[in-house]
Design a protein. Structure first.
Length: 247
C-alpha cells in the first residue's frame, strides 16, 4: 500500500487524549453537531454521517451518555450555533506537509489563530490544494489485535466487507477503504464486535518526508501540540516519517 503506517501516530494521539479527554469529547461533540445538521437529524438509524461520528466517539472511549447528550444538544441547538468546517493547508518545521481540519463558529478568529500558530512554529500556511495532493482521502479503521485473533481471518473478513487494503501491525490491524465504502465496511466489522482503536475517514500521505533531526522533531512536536490545544482543531494530518515509525 502507499503511504506510511498511521498506527504510531494514532498511539501517540491516544496517549495524549487520555490526559485531555474532556477536550477531545468537546471536539467530537462539534462533529456530532455538524453530522446532525448535515446528515439528516439526530437519529443514527437515518443518518450515516452521524453513525460514523458515533463510531469515532466510541473508539475515543467517549461514554454513551456523553454521546447521547451531544446528539440531544445538537438537535436542540440546530438553529442557534452555526458551526462550519474549514480546511487549512501548509508546511510545518522540516518542510513537513500539514492538513488541519477545523470546526468553528468563528471563521475570522480561527483564521488569525492558525496564521499565528504556523508563523510562531516556523511554518507557512498555503493556499487550498497546496499540500492536499500529497495525501489520499481514505477510510481507516484500526482494530485492536489480541492473541486469540487469526490474522488471515480478520484480513479476509475485512476484504470481503469491501476494504481496499489490510495491514497487520504488532498490536493492531489497519483496514483501509475508499471514502464511499467506509460506512459499510465499518458497520460490518462493528457487527463482529472487534474493538476499534480508531475509525474515521483520514488523509493518508502518499508523499512523505523523513525527519530525523532531534531539534526539528522537537519543533514539530511543539507545533502539533499548539494545534491540538486549539479548540477549533478537529484533526491534524502530516506526511512526516519519524525515527519511531521506522522501528
Amino acid at each position: 500500500m502507499s503511504g506510511h503506517s498511521k498506527w504510531a501516530n494514532i498511539k501517540n494521539k491516544k496517549e495524549k487524549t487520555d490526559a485531555q479527554r474532556g477536550k477531545v469529547f468537546t471536539k467530537i461533540g462539534r462533529e456530532i453537531a455538524i453530522a446532525v445538521k448535515e446528515g439528516g437529524g439526530g437519529d443514527p438509524a437515518n443518518n450515516s454521517k452521524l453513525r460514523d461520528v458515533i463510531a469515532k466517539a466510541k473508539a475515543s472511549n467517549m461514554p454513551n451518555d456523553n454521546i447521547m447528550r451531544s446528539i440531544k444538544k445538537a438537535t436542540g441547538d440546530a438553529g442557534s450555533v452555526n458551526y462550519e468546517e474549514i480546511v487549512y493547508e501548509g508546511y510545518g518545521p522540516g518542510n513537513m506537509a500539514v492538513i488541519v481540519n477545523i470546526v468553528t463558529d468563528n471563521r475570522n478568529r480561527v483564521a488569525a489563530e492558525m496564521r499565528h500558530i504556523f508563523s510562531k512554529s516556523g511554518g507557512t500556511m498555503g493556499s487550498s490544494g497546496s499540500v492536499a495532493w500529497m495525501f489520499d482521502k481514505r477510510g481507516l479503521i484500526v482494530i485492536e489485535r489480541t492473541a486469540l485473533m487469526d490474522e488471515d481471518e480478520v484480513m479476509m473478513t475485512a476484504l470481503d466487507s469491501g476494504a481496499e487494503d489490510f495491514v497487520a501491525q504488532d498490536d493492531a490491524f489497519e483496514v483501509y477503504t475508499a471514502p464511499a465504502d467506509f460506512s459499510v465496511v465499518r458497520e460490518k466489522l462493528e457487527q463482529l464486535n472487534y474493538n476499534f482503536l480508531s475509525a474515521e475517514v483520514s488523509m493518508i500521505p502518499n508523499n512523505t518526508v523523513k525527519i530525523d533531526d532531534p531539534e526539528t522533531i522537537e519543533k514539530i512536536e511543539r507545533f502539533l501540540d499548539r494545534l491540538d490545544e486549539n479548540d477549533d482543531v478537529q484533526e491534524v494530518y502530516n506526511n512526516g516519517i519519524f525515527p519511531e515509525d521506522d522501528e
